[in-house]
Ligand binder design. Structure first.
Ligand SMILES: O=P(O)(O)OP(=O)(O)OP(=O)(O)OC[C@H]1O[C@@H](n2cnc3c(O)ncnc32)[C@H](O)[C@@H]1O
Ligand SMILES: [Mg+2]
Length: 198
């Protein structure tokens, strides 16, 4: 049983919000933190988990509701896991297109065998702003970085992320398929199991 019937999603990213909402379905009434505040908390943590907790606490504080945050990113093997927790700010906070262009440039001339990467997602759920026991669930998605963007779906690094099990980029997947396979889908499946929702 879901321990509450309303939940605020602690994200300002439209792509993420859409995916999280689709995955949660009708189990709970979902609000977005943007309804309560435009101020994005600084992501000062050193891990996906710390940043997810920090965003969840902030959303619970401004909304007075239980909050679910997602901190995610792309970890590229050849770059020692970069951009990692800095994925959103990789090109200095200039947005997805600039981040993707920088990644392609940094990996120019790097052969396929060394272009392995994984998407990482940490979900943090807090029942209230000072919850001493946040629920944390993680998900990983293995793939490879393409040499040029492909596909129009999704958001962020999706056009550069090759999905070996489907032979296409993650931006070429139908949204419903991405929501079955992705790092976020895996973390959400664990969270739903933990909360006892189907
Ligand atoms: O913090 P919030 O408000 O949730 O929104 P954000 O976009 O800043 O989110 P993060 O701090 O977690 O940074 C995630 C970065 O990783 C990228 N990313 C995460 N999940 C992704 C996915 O499923 N597909 C493509 N890129 C993704 C995303 O585009 C960002 O650059
Ligand atoms: Mg962020």
């Amino acid at each position: 049983m879901m321990p509450f019937n309303e939940l605020v999603l602690a994200s300002h990213n439209a792509g993420k919000l859409k995916e999280l909402q689709a995955m949660l379905g009708t189990a709970v009434r979902v609000r977005s933190v943007g309804e309560f505040s435009d101020v994005e908390p600084e992501e000062t943590g050193l891990s996906f988990i710390e940043n997810a907790i920090l965003k969840a606490r902030n959303a619970a504080r401004v909304s007075g509701l239980p909050a679910l945050a997602d901190d995610s990113g792309l970890a590229v093997d050849h770059l020692g896991g970069a951009p990692g927790i800095y994925s959103a700010r990789y090109a200095g906070g200039q947005g997805d297109a600039a981040n993707n262009a920088k990644l392609l440039e940094v990996l120019k001339n790097v052969p396929d065998a060394q272009r392995g990467a994984q998407f990482v997602c940490a979900l943090a759920l807090v029942r209230h702003a000072e919850d001493p026991l946040p629920i944390i669930c993680e998900g990983l998605w293995q793939g490879r970085i393409l040499h040029a963007p492909r596909g129009e779906q999704g958001f962020g690094y999706d056009p550069l992320f090759w999905v070996p099990e489907r032979d296409c980029s993650s931006a070429e997947l139908a949204p419903a398929d991405k929501n079955q396979l992705s790092h976020r889908a895996r973390a959400m499946a664990l969270l739903k199991a933990r909360l006892g929702i189907a």
